[in-house]
Design a protein around this ligand. Sequence first.
Ligand code: PGA
Length: 254
Amino acid sequence: MRVPMIAGNWKMNTTVSEAIDLVKEMLPGLDQIDNVDKVICPPFISLAAVKALIKGGTIKLGAQNLYFEEKGAYTGEISPLMLAELCEFVIVGHSERRHYFNETEDIVDKKVQAALKVGLKPILCIGESLEENEAGKTKQVLIKQLSSPSARIYYFSGLILAYEPIWAIGTGKAATGKQANETIGFIRQHIARQYGKRIAREVRILYGGSVTADNIAEFVNQPEIDGALVGGASLKASEFLSIVRQTSEIKRRR
Ligand code: PGA
């Protein structure tokens, strides 16, 4: 059985004190839900403060990015080793990083490997753009993103995938549950063909892109979808809590 996961990607939002307030607001409700992995990913500078707040509870912490070198003269970067002291998860290859910061497949692959090396669990984001989608190239793009030379080791190491169609991120235009389920089913089949059925059955695959409290049920009711990577809606304590609660109830019934 795959444990469902809801991860909140706060992106470049919240000062340290705002992050503390947001966590304090979510904490009592979130802590009680036990059949879902609840991950929050605040900005780097808030990780230590948030870690202290959630200590001893059930909420897990993730970072939004990392650099692939362990240490050295890379001004302004954050290393896997630094993160490993603070959190359990790290988002890698988010489309905003690929787009605004020119992260290539090669860089994304190095980051995944660097994270795994220190025991961080990567949440690897993949997904097609609107043009690729309209040109019928979705499967081709996903296969390319899933085919890094070291991909074989990913799936044996607790890697989590997040399928995030770029046209659905921050646009309010989410995919339908059926669309997302079909594409995630395709990803799982691809993994089964490449690495075997057991790995494909075990890997958790989330949907991401304009997930809200109003549409989460549509996604987590689908058999292939193990949860969601939530952007905007993770910044509102009550909405994030509702997303996690609905996921918990739906997956408990399945
Ligand atoms: P969104 O972002 O929920 O605001 O669309 C999702 C993401 O970028 O992970």
